[in-house]
Design a protein around this ligand. Structure first.
Ligand SMILES: Nc1ncnc2c1ncn2[C@@H]1O[C@H](COP(=O)(O)OP(=O)(O)O)[C@@H](O)[C@H]1O
Ligand SMILES: [Mg+2]
Length: 301
């Protein structure tokens, strides 16, 4: 049995396990704000003193981009696909998160984000489901990372593509009730409707793993994040209807709202996460409220 010299607050190690909380940003809905929420929450917590890792598992590299890496800066580096193939360890793949302050690729063109690492994605992650289909052992890639983990991170933030394929399954089966499936959806009636499909998918994963002892198999939708909610200047009828529908159906798991801001689009152009690029924008203020609500208070305060 492994012993670790690091003592971490037990609330980040449910059931005395050796790995952090797992927060999965997943819903089969494109452009629903999964990556914006995963990176904004991770950066907010990191700036408050909570070490964590963002896993970018989407081949579109959204989280990778806002946390400081693109295909040019990743040349010759290992990425999430190497973890999936079991060809690298977490510490070999995870890079210090950073954000762009200059135009080039030198160290002075980036500033570090303390307490945060990013497992970068790559376009090859588009083949993740196929890789698992071709070699069933690869279904254990995430389990292997968890079981060999020895660090002091508080949360693993997992940013998924909009699908319920084999790769998302390989992560969801490792989640327990203490972990959180967090669909981040826009205040749009179409997004709210798709939450039911996610609930059904989680039920399927739990059914499939019921009674198994080798994996927890209990992914649970215990938080719903509604973003792009109405403000005095953004008062769309559809957004109001969607907000009311989300409250009626999912009121018990709704996190504080993240309000609309057209400025949120700038993240990907500027390669800077929202809480750092626009710290006073309404969504950045709201993500701070969300993290306080979840118990991630400023440790310096
Ligand atoms: N609070 C917000 N208000 C308005 N637009 C937002 C907000 N948060 C994110 N967006 C925009 O929504 C779009 C999709 O966001 P993204 O996080 O990339 O979604 P996903 O990862 O689910 O595909 C982006 O253009 C982003 O700028
Ligand atoms: Mg995304």
């Amino acid at each position: 049995m492994k012993t670790s010299s690091i003592t971490v607050d037990p609330r980040f190690r449910p059931k005395r396990r050796n790995w952090p909380l797992i927060w999965a940003y997943i819903i089969e809905c494109g452009g629903s704000t999964k990556s914006t929420s995963a990176t904004s929450m991770a950066v907010t917590a990191a700036l408050r003193g909570y070490p964590s890792v963002v896993y970018d598992l989407d081949s579109n590299m959204s989280s990778t981009t806002v946390l400081g890496y693109d295909e040019t800066s990743l040349k010759g580096k290992k990425t999430a696909i190497d973890l999936l193939y079991g060809q690298a360890t977490l510490d070999e793949v995870a890079l210090p998160a950073r954000y762009r302050i200059g135009d080039g690729y030198d160290d002075e063109d980036f500033a570090p984000i303390p307490n945060l690492r990013i497992v970068p994605s790559s376009p090859t992650m588009a083949g993740a489901d196929t890789a698992i289909a071709e070699d069933a052992d690869r279904n254990d890639w995430f389990a292997e990372i968890l079981r060999s983990y020895e660090g002091d991170d508080t949360v693993f933030y997992l940013d998924f593509p909009a699908s319920y394929g084999k790769m998302p399954y390989s992560v969801l089966r490792m989640m327990d009730e203490d972990d959180s499936v967090i669909p981040s959806i826009k205040a749009d009636p179409k997004d709210v409707k798709l939450v039911k499909r996610l609930r059904d998918e989680l039920e399927r994963v739990r059914d499939k793993n019921r009674g198994r002892r080798s994996v927890p198999g209990r992914p649970t939708l215990n938080h719903l994040l509604l973003t792009g909610t109405p403000t005095p200047t953004y008062n769309e009828a559809a957004a109001r209807r969607a907000t009311a529908a989300a409250e009626a159906k999912y009121g018990s798991v709704l996190l504080p709202y993240v309000r609309y801001s057209a400025d949120a689009k700038k993240l990907y152009e500027d390669e800077v996460p929202l809480p750092i690029l626009l710290p006073n924008s309404v969504p950045a203020v709201d993500y701070r409220k969300v993290m306080t609500h979840l118990g991630f208070v400023d440790q310096a305060a």
